[in-house]
Design a protein around this ligand. Sequence first.
Ligand SMILES: NC(=O)c1ccc[n+]([C@@H]2O[C@H](COP(=O)([O-])OP(=O)(O)OC[C@H]3O[C@@H](n4cnc5c(N)ncnc54)[C@H](OP(=O)(O)O)[C@@H]3O)[C@@H](O)[C@H]2O)c1
Length: 400
Amino acid sequence: MNGAVMDIIVDIRLGSPTFARWEAMHLSRQNQRGVFISAGLGHAFMGLSASATLIYLCSTPYAPTFEHAVNPFDPAISITWPGGTRTILPTGTRRRRSTPWRGPACSRARLPAMRMWPASVGPRAFGREVTASLRSAGASGPDLVALDRAGLDITDTDAVHAAIGRYRPDVVVNCAAFTAVDQAEAREAEATRVNGDGSAYLAAACGAWSARLIHVSTDYVFRGDARTPYFEDDPPGPRTAYGRSKLVGERAVLGRLPNAAVVRTAWLYGSHGHNFVRTMLGAAERGESVDVVDDQVGSPTWAAEVADRIVELGLRPDAGGVFHAVNAGQASWFQFATEIFRIAGADPARVRAIRTRSLPARTPRPAYTVLGHRRWRDMGIGPPGDWRSALRAALPGIRP
Ligand SMILES: NC(=O)c1ccc[n+]([C@@H]2O[C@H](COP(=O)([O-])OP(=O)(O)OC[C@H]3O[C@@H](n4cnc5c(N)ncnc54)[C@H](OP(=O)(O)O)[C@@H]3O)[C@@H](O)[C@H]2O)c1
């Protein structure tokens, strides 16, 4: 570097024993020191010379979407800045796995103490993403109880009440669901039993034990024939058995617990379980060509971004109702696949566009289920960012 700066690092990881503590160090051309700032820490610096030049090396692509600013003058952290301040550039270095800055009061708030997550054997296993976000938010030990279907069958109302009574969680995140879209057509009663009745039992038990419920839902609650995004207050109209069963669940939850949060998401990918991104990365790596439908449009979404927001909602009992947790923008599966190939350094021409009708008949998928979001901003929570930026940030951590 050239010149000299005072560099401040603040621990903003909720639940960390050193939460809100800060350290300062002097970096200059003379002392040639560097500093390593790990994920979850806040960071600011002040110029001590007339000009200063720093070189940053980032472990992942820099994605402003995932950064959260920390006020370097926040009295709650009381950083002692030397006199003669010239330039201060606050850069919250909150990466995808860290927690929101809310001031030291949060260090005393109990983090979500429980989530229902259905098994690592689940095909996509969003519950594992939620667990990862909770862990990086500082939840551990008895404060984080993860239950799979063997640990709790949500269609067993007595077991649900007993579990909530035993663990007395502050927050329950319901990731359990019957998600097999094709099978649900023939087994709608079974799908509704899990997605509708099971969700209702959870809501009733959470109500009885004063726990907050965050309930995960889907874009399939919409008809799928719009041409502009569906927002949180648009009327649902599911056309699949899966979508109907999930809507029964949403209504059961909000009917019993109006302050519950229903988080609709879509087209999830991440580092856990099978998902479209991993499949495409595998094809790209093996040099294969793929045929991908170009007439179904939705919201490709990095599961970690949704999981992080679920943690934020867990800390906000005032944030009830429906939230759309998807990355911004829209893409067809073909455009999504092309972008994956491109970012992975494979030839995007190996992705060929096809029409849905050329595939073997199965349950019709909604043609257009792009979700728009307004409620995050209303609640002062940063909404998930653009899907392409999210994909670029996520890909280095995803293996085929
Ligand atoms: N993945 C997506 O792209 C996507 C898109 C929109 C919405 N969502 C929503 O996200 C949530 C999580 O989905 P996911 O992708 O993680 O699906 P998933 O991998 O199929 O996980 C669902 C899990 O629920 C468990 N389960 C089923 N019945 C249960 C019961 N009676 N009691 C307890 N657990 C039960 C399943 O356990 P078993 O493995 O034992 O069957 C399975 O592991 C769901 O609400 C889904 O509607 C997902």
